[in-house]
Design a binder for this molecule. Structure first.
Ligand code: NAD
Length: 348
């Protein structure tokens, strides 16, 4: 295996990990360790080129810096990617990649992301101890998505309070895009709170299942982007808030779990210009990393830690939305500048 440093001025450390014999090429990107060891998952998916894989690692690791900081976690931002079809991954690839993680001696903690499972993480423990998301063990934190959904639900209430003057969701309509792990739990919480649901997924069986469970209205994957609702909750893919989709949104607010919802930074401004209140995704969906952090930090009382951090996250979102209103600007710009200030203070 070869581990080669890659020059990336925006990041502290970037490594290219390569082993031709076992068909392994990937990157580990550490954006910032100012607040603590960099933490962020390992993603495996086919990329069109090495450049595309590197760009993804750089972008995602930066996102983790902002998410971890906004959640008040003593963790920095990092992410790793392996190029290839995850259904064809081999134990050799994972164990070899784990050696590269170990070479950073704890400056980076990995966990599952797209294409990885808890058993893959367990395999990696053969070569590194800096891995979370394990299926077993004293501090194993399990599936993060119920906690992620709890955080989004709280954020929807806070967003509703700012947009409508009340956080009572009884009778409010919420459109949900993506009914997977996060979207499914979110629908449950919204239904319990009395919200009316409009739901969409490319998996039509899943749509039927959620409609039956929560008396939801089904929309197609296209129509969910223009459905009339009070709040839109994107819980599927990134970059769905772009110039074209924002122009056609028929909602008063957006708050959901998908990572990187804004296609570009200008799209935060576009939502603001349309009077649509946007809860920054890296704040609303930080419940998952809060859950994973309990494993990395070996927290003794996980439930209490999660409750406390979710409550703080709520206060943070409230402060972001208040400041955005005072400054008449996008909450995303405010959230980003708050984290930038935190990082600058730590670096000083
Ligand atoms: P998942 O794979 O379980 O669910 C995603 C769902 O979205 C699937 O049901 C899929 O069919 C659907 N989907 C894909 N493309 C779609 C489209 N164009 N329109 C409608 N539906 C579509 O994933 P998840 O764990 O629920 O994560 C959802 C999002 O939340 C992702 O962006 C993920 O990065 C983010 N996120 C997840 C967690 C977590 O704890 N799982 C934490 C933070 C952020």
């Amino acid at each position: 295996m070869q581990i080669t440093p890659v020059q990336a001025p925006s990041h502290e450390t970037v490594l290219r990990v390569h082993d031709a014999e076992i068909g392994l090429t990937g990157f580990i990107a550490l954006h910032s360790t100012h607040l603590g060891p960099a933490a962020g998952g390992l993603r495996m998916r086919p990329y069109a080129s090495e450049d595309a894989a590197l760009t993804d690692a750089l972008r995602l690791s930066r996102g983790m810096t902002y998410k971890n900081a906004a959640a008040g976690l003593p963790l920095g931002g990092g992410k790793a990617v392996i190029m290839g079809d995850a259904s064809k991954k081999t134990p050799e690839q994972l164990v070899t990649f784990a050696r590269a993680v170990q070479s950073l001696e704890g400056r980076y903690w990995t966990a599952e992301d797209m294409g990885m499972s808890p058993s893959d993480m367990e395999l990696m423990t053969q070569e590194t101890k800096f891995v979370a998301g394990l299926p077993n063990g004293a501090h194993a934190s399990g599936d993060p998505s119920p906690i992620t959904a709890r955080g989004i639900f709280n954020s929807i209430k806070t967003t509703a309070r700012h947009r409508f003057g009340s956080d009572d969701l009884n009778g409010r309509t919420v459109s949900v895009q993506g009914l997977g792990h996060v979207g499914g739990y979110l629908c449950q919480y919204l239904n319990e709170a009395g919200a009316k649901l409009i739901v969409a997924d490319i998996d039509t069986d899943r749509v039927q299942e959620i409609c039956a469970l929560y008396d939801a209205e089904a929309a197609t994957a296209e129509d969910i982007l223009t459905a009339k609702a009070d709040i839109f909750a994107p819980c599927a893919i990134g970059a769905i808030l772009n110039e074209a989709s924002i122009a056609n949104l028929n909602v008063e607010a957006v708050c959901g779990g998908a990572n990187n919802q804004l296609a570009t930074q200008e799209d935060g401004g576009r939502l603001h210009a349309r009077g649509i209140l946007y809860a920054p995704d890296f704040v609303a969906n930080a419940g998952g990393i809060i859950n994973v952090a309990t494993e990395i930090l070996e927290v003794a009382d996980r439930a209490a830690y999660v409750d406390e951090k979710l409550a703080t996250l709520d206060v943070t979102l409230d402060a972001i939305l208040t400041r955005a209103k005072q400054m008449d600007c996008s909450p995303d710009a405010v959230a980003t500048s708050i984290v930038d200030e935190m990082l600058a203070a730590k670096a000083a």
